[in-house]
Design a protein around this ligand. Structure first.
Ligand SMILES: NC(=O)c1ccc[n+]([C@@H]2O[C@H](COP(=O)([O-])OP(=O)(O)OC[C@H]3O[C@@H](n4cnc5c(N)ncnc54)[C@H](O)[C@@H]3O)[C@@H](O)[C@H]2O)c1
Length: 388
């Protein structure tokens, strides 16, 4: 294991009825002037908006609203939010939505306390100097943003999609009620599953020696995702399935399964370049890239892939070499994506080869990517070409 320090300050509320019981108290601990942040309005259609507004009004909270946060949230919306917070002396940002709304909240929170352009933090030219408190109500199981400090913002003008985080951007509290995910459309449910599985893959493919518990924990989360994915895709109002999948998504990226290891993260870096140019759903991009990345790097440590085959996809490894099991594991991953209806190729989104060079160059602009296997520009190009 690598030496590590672990601190996750987010207070997490899971399950039915928690918003009604605890939201007002959590908000009032922080302040009375709230910026309510949300996306395209699904929270209005399924009643969550009214529920939250009533709780806040009854608690005597003054609410300012910023709706319309885009999927793959844009820097322009972040700027708008920063301005609103400053003008209205906001105490707390309450982000209600999927990962995009939560990430936008984190960027606004950092921006308000930063004396300069918040984009500099995403471009790694500066570090966050503080953040407004953020609370979240999650409506889509995917990113783990409800219990981590990271966030991803797109600068649509420069076609850049960059992630950043800081110790200041952990949500102060997050509410995860699986019923709030019942209305997530089938395709978004699938993308969410692809995203949480991708987070597990990013941790799982590390090169830190001797981390047996981490391997077992990550395999446990992956096994559960594989077991419940089809059920939740086919039965969107199956409470137990939604709850299990939601818990998997939180656990996949809240730091609990990845202490003391350094994950790979090359596929995320490549996907960000694809969605920065083509604005495709993050989870869809990951489902396309991962099997091709796996094919490309499997020789680095076939035993890890063999373990994936045996412990996640329950393949009987008797008499098979690690190399054979690695190929079986990758085929199982492909089969899983096919079964839940995830995209298979970049062409599924109408993406051709004309921007590959640019995307590959951008992916490595801060240096080589990946820790399981380091990738340079040519490697990225090879993987992107294979994914067409
Ligand atoms: N912060 C992190 O740790 C982290 C990790 C991975 C990805 N990301 C980023 O998060 C973003 C993706 O977030 P996401 O996958 O949660 O999706 P999202 O927030 O972009 O939402 C996708 C779509 O689902 C809709 N939606 C959300 N909840 C709904 C509901 N209950 N009913 C009906 N529709 C609903 C949204 O309006 C939107 O149209 C990307 O920008 C990605 O890069 C962040």
């Amino acid at each position: 294991m690598e030496p590590f320090r672990f601190h996750n300050p987010t207070t997490l509320y899971y399950g039915k009825g928690q918003i009604e019981k605890h939201l007002a108290d959590e908000v009032l601990k922080i302040g009375r002037r709230v910026l309510l942040l949300y996306g395209g309005g699904s929270i209005k259609r399924f009643g969550l908006y009214d529920k939250v507004m009533n709780i806040l009004k009854d608690a005597g909270v003054t609410v300012f609203e910023l709706g319309g946060v885009e999927p793959n949230p844009r820097l322009t919306t972040v700027y708008k939010g920063i301005e609103m917070c400053r003008q209205n002396d906001i105490d707390l940002i309450l982000a209600v939505g999927g990962g995009s709304v939560l990430d936008c909240g984190k960027a606004i929170a950092m921006g308000v306390k930063f004396d300069g352009d918040v984009w500099d933090i995403y471009q790694r030219k500066a570090q966050a100097t503080g953040a407004l408190p953020l609370g979240t109500i999650l409506t889509l199981a995917a990113t783990g943003s409800e219990m981590n400090a990271g966030g991803v913002i797109t600068n649509w003008e420069t076609k850049e999609k960059l992630g950043a985080g800081s110790p200041y951007t952990y949500p102060a509290f997050s509410f995860c009620d699986p019923e709030n995910t019942f209305t997530v459309p089938r395709d978004q449910t699938v993308y969410g599953i692809c995203d949480m599985l991708a987070h597990c893959f990013e941790h799982y493919f590390h090169s830190t020696p001797h981390a047996p518990l981490q391997r077992h924990l990550i395999e446990g989360v992956m096994r559960t995702i594989v077991e419940y994915a089809k059920r939740v895709v086919d039965n969107p109002t199956d409470y137990d399935a939604r709850e299990t999948i939601m818990y998997c998504s939180t656990m996949a990226l809240n730091g609990m399964i990845s202490m003391g290891i350094v994950g790979d993260w090359a596929c995320h870096a490549m996907e960000h370049e694809v969605s920065a140019v083509y604005d495709i759903p993050h989870g869809g991009g990951l489902a396309i890239l991962f099997p091709h990345w796996m094919d490309y790097v499997k020789g680095t440590n076939p035993a890890r892939f063999a373990s994936l085959a045996k412990n996640v996809f329950l393949v009987d490894g008797t008499g098979k070499s690690d190399e054979e099991l690695a190929d079986i594991a990758i085929e199982k991953v492909r089969e899983f994506y096919r079964e839940i209806g995830a995209p298979q190729r970049l062409a599924d989104y109408g993406i051709g080869d004309d921007q590959l060079e640019r995307m590959a160059a951008q992916a490595v602009r801060f240096g080589e990517i990946g820790h399981f296997r380091k990738l340079g520009k040519e490697d990225v190009l090879n993987i992107l070409r294979a994914s067409l």
